[in-house]
Every structure is written in C-alpha cells, then in structure tokens.
Design a binder for this molecule. Sequence first.
Ligand SMILES: C[S@@+](CC[C@H](N)C(=O)[O-])C[C@H]1O[C@@H](n2cnc3c(N)ncnc32)[C@H](O)[C@@H]1O
Length: 269
Amino acid sequence: MTDHWNAIRKHWELLGPPLRPPAQVVEAYNRELDLAGSHVVMLGVTPELAGLGASLTAVDESRDMIAGIWPGDTERRKAVRGDWFDLPFPDASVEALIGDGCLSVIGAADLRRKLLASIARALKADGRAGIRLYALPEMRDEPRDVRELAMAGGVSTFHDLKWRVAMTAIGDAPDHTIPVAGILEQFDRIFPDRAELSARTGWEMPVIGTIDVYKNSPAIYSFAPVSALIEEAKAFFDDVRVASTGNYGLAERCPLLVLRSARSQRQIG
Ligand SMILES: C[S@@+](CC[C@H](N)C(=O)[O-])C[C@H]1O[C@@H](n2cnc3c(N)ncnc32)[C@H](O)[C@@H]1O
C-alpha cells in the first residue's frame, strides 16, 4: 500500500477539503474530545491536526509519508513508524487518539474491526478516541444527479466530487468497499470530458488529474453508512456517538465518530 500513499504524497498540495481537514474539523476534534491538556496519539501524519493536544505522537507505516507530509518533530510532537493494527503503545496507556478518514482507507469490515480493536486495546479505561468518517448517505445519489449538481456549480471542491462519485459506485459491494481503480472508472464514465468540467467549475486540470493516481492502484477504500460503523464500534466501545464536524462541502457525510469506554479484551472475547 505504501506505493499508493507515495503517489498521493506527490500531489498532496493539490488535495483539499473534505479530504484534508478544514479548520472547522480541527475545532471539532478539540470540542468533542477536549484535547488541550492531553497527550494525543494520531493515526497518520495529517499536518492540519499536528498542533492538537498538549503533546502528540503520530503513527504512520510509511517512511515517505512521514518524511514528505509530516510537518516535522518538535519538543511537543513527533512522528513514529508503526502499524495502526498493532499500535506501539502498552495496553490501556493512551489518553486520547484521533484519526482522519482512517476507517475508509484500510479496506473491508474485518480490517475496520481490527483497527477498532487495536484502538480499544491501547486506550485507557477513561480514554477517548475520535475518527472522522467518510460515510455513505442512507439515501444514495444517482450518477446523473451528481453530474448535474457538479455542472451547475453545486459541489464545493473536486475532492468533494471525488467522494460523491465513489459513493455512487459502491453498489451492493460487501462491506461498502470499492477498489480505488473503480472510483476512477466511474468518474470517467460520468465526466468523460474533463475540460468541460474544468470550464464549468473553475477546477484546474492538475487538481482534476489527481484522480489518476487511482489507476492501477491495488488500494481498496470503504464508505460505509454511519449506522453500520456505529454497530461495528459498539463491539469494542460502550460509549459510541457521532458529532458534526462543521458545514464545509460534504461535511454531513464526514461526522466525527467519538469512542469512549473501551471494552477490555475479556469483554470483547
Ligand atoms: C489518507 S491518509 C489517512 C490518514 C490521515 N488522513 C493522514 O493524512 O495521514 C493515509 C495514511 O495512512 C497510512 N496508513 C494506512 N494504513 C496504515 C496502517 N495500517 N498503519 C500505519 N499507517 C497506515 C498511510 O501510510 C498514509 O500515510
């Protein structure tokens, strides 16, 4: 998978909300998790979130993402190489944990559960975690409606459009998964003329071209409904809720999954 992220790293500056968290999202993590006085563990190297907490440790498996995207270690923050599924922290030792879009970039439900179990193992009994979701709406969009909305200037950014297109291609796939190559194919079906899309929206061709990183990528993303993710999380946490992360484009599909009261390994069984 590191090749996939490495390719994304190269055009990181062309990415924007909702993929990269706007200021509203940073505030939401703070508001919902009260991070100011805590040591925070972050899944990934999201630069916009690196300032959260009294101190912060970012965990990412990719040396290149740490070197290329992480804003650098300081006295209060550092990035370490590690696997989210086997976090480099003792049992019940983490006060607060955050992760932006992580449940969508790891694949199917068995891996989502594995990540939730990994977070539950590492969190203190009174610890809390927040994961920003990319969630499938209960009412699905039709591809032609997404096209019309975009061509009418009703979609906030190209990255907002990319997720709307992806969510029209899920179909009845198990676990709401989609190979990223399938997202590109669906996009090219709905928007065969990129120059026309660029002219109608003002989005620059290099930004639209960021979707081509999906070509030949083995990565599998998932966009599960909030209801399904809450059910999955309830197997590992006694207190599960979602909170709004603001009103930026597609924010209604990007709520914060807030997790407390991790269940012990004995309880999880
Ligand atoms: C789009 S980001 C999602 C996380 C966050 N939004 C970010 O900006 O880092 C994907 C990052 O997650 C990392 N990653 C994916 N799966 C991982 C895993 N199992 N363990 C550690 N890092 C992982 C990739 O290396 C990549 O840097």
